[in-house]
Write a protein that binds this ligand. Structure first.
Ligand code: PLP
Length: 336
């Protein structure tokens, strides 16, 4: 793997820290728990889309684009980071926001990521739930082209092989950090949605021959569909990286026990897991992605999936800007 073969636009602060969570480890009484802080990528409050956007934005600039077009749910962290990336490169940004969640109160369409999108001069239009949002986004890009603009379309979550290169880079960064400290990683766990994060990690680990098991905690799709989505994109990403051989399907592991009533719908386990981490370690998660991902890790530990002495890494993918759209979940919480 030689990532410098691909154009890259520097947007983030890398490497992100890899830290041991002593108080959480003690509290849960199981494996040693570490955290990879991709919530600290630095781009307009950070998160996992920054790594993908370094490769996507470079591709857009190479094509001579003047406008980034993308799509996401109303409280999309991806749209917020794309808007920031566009600002950095002096491009316009136009996003479509899907009303996938409509029962979370008045702040949901005005606060959190939506507020930040507006601050970064991102034009956005809403769409009802259930449309093919990537098709909608491509249609918008074609309209803009007809008006003389030069749009570059980024699919939801930045999840295509070019974007997933960002997580192949993260796999490389994580393995170097762990090796430098003599840290053998027994498992890597994170939230998975549009699949690019897990696909890029798997492609990178496969390219490096680094056998670290990765478990994605689904925030939306049932397990089988999520595994198929991740595998398809991981195989395409490995091919783009020039890796020989077919990425094995049994590298892909996903759980769907944390989805609850659906995408962006709170669960008690997510709220408990978020408060556990904030109160023991002062680290903030989000209700849609990293909170459910972390709840998945806590459930695995409580089910005894890991031995004492094993080391598990939670990849913190960010998202805390969305907290301000879900204030009703937490503003009645008092210290125990
Ligand atoms: C987008 C996102 C994810 C999921 O990453 P995918 O690459 O879409 O699977 C996880 N956590 C946060 C905070 C996100 O914004």
């Amino acid at each position: 793997m030689h990532l410098a073969r691909f154009p890259r636009y520097q947007l983030g602060h890398f490497p992100t820290p890899l830290e041991r969570l002593d108080r959480l480890t003690e509290d849960l009484g199981g494996p040693e728990i570490w955290i990879k802080r991709d919530d600290c990528t630095g781009l307009a409050s950070g998160g996992n889309k920054t790594r993908k956007l370094e490769f996507l934005l470079a591709d857009a600039v190479a094509e001579g684009a003047d406008t980034l077009v993308t799509q996401g749910a109303t409280q999309s962290n991806h749209v917020r980071q794309t808007a920031a990336a566009a600002c950095r490169a002096g491009l316009a940004c136009h996003a479509l926001l899907e009303r996938r969640v409509t029962n979370q109160g008045a702040d949901y369409e005005a606060a959190g990521n939506v507020l930040l999108d507006a601050m970064m001069d991102c034009a956005f239009d809403f769409r009802p739930a259930g449309l093919d949002m990537n098709a909608e986004g491509q249609a918008l890009a074609e309209d803009l082209r007809a008006q003389g603009r030069k749009p570059y379309f980024i699919p939801g979550g930045g999840s295509n092989p070019v974007g997933a290169l960002g997580y192949a880079a993260c796999a490389e960064e994580l393995v170097y950090q762990a090796d430098a400290r003599g840290l053998k990683i027994d498992a890597l766990v994170h939230a998975t949605g549009s699949a690019g994060t897990q696909a890029g990690l798997l492609a990178g680990l496969y390219a490096m021959n680094a056998p670290i098991p990765v478990t994605g905690i689904s925030v939306r799709a049932p397990r089988d569909r999520q595994i198929a989505n991740v595998h398809a994109l991981a195989a395409q990403t490995a091919e783009l990286l020039g890796v020989r051989g077919e990425l094995p399907r049994d590298m892909v592991d996903a759980h769907d026990g944390q989805v609850g009533p659906g995408y962006g719908q709170p669960t008690d386990e997510m709220v408990d897991a978020m408060l556990l981490l904030s109160r023991l370690e002062g680290i903030l998660l989000d209700p849609v992605y990293s909170g459910k991902g972390f709840a998945g890790l806590v459930a695995m530990i409580r089910q005894g999936r890991f031995r004492k002495g094993q080391r598990v890494v939670f990849l913190h993918t960010g998202g805390s800007a969305a907290l301000f759209a879900y204030g009703h979940l937490f503003n009645n919480q008092k210290a125990a």
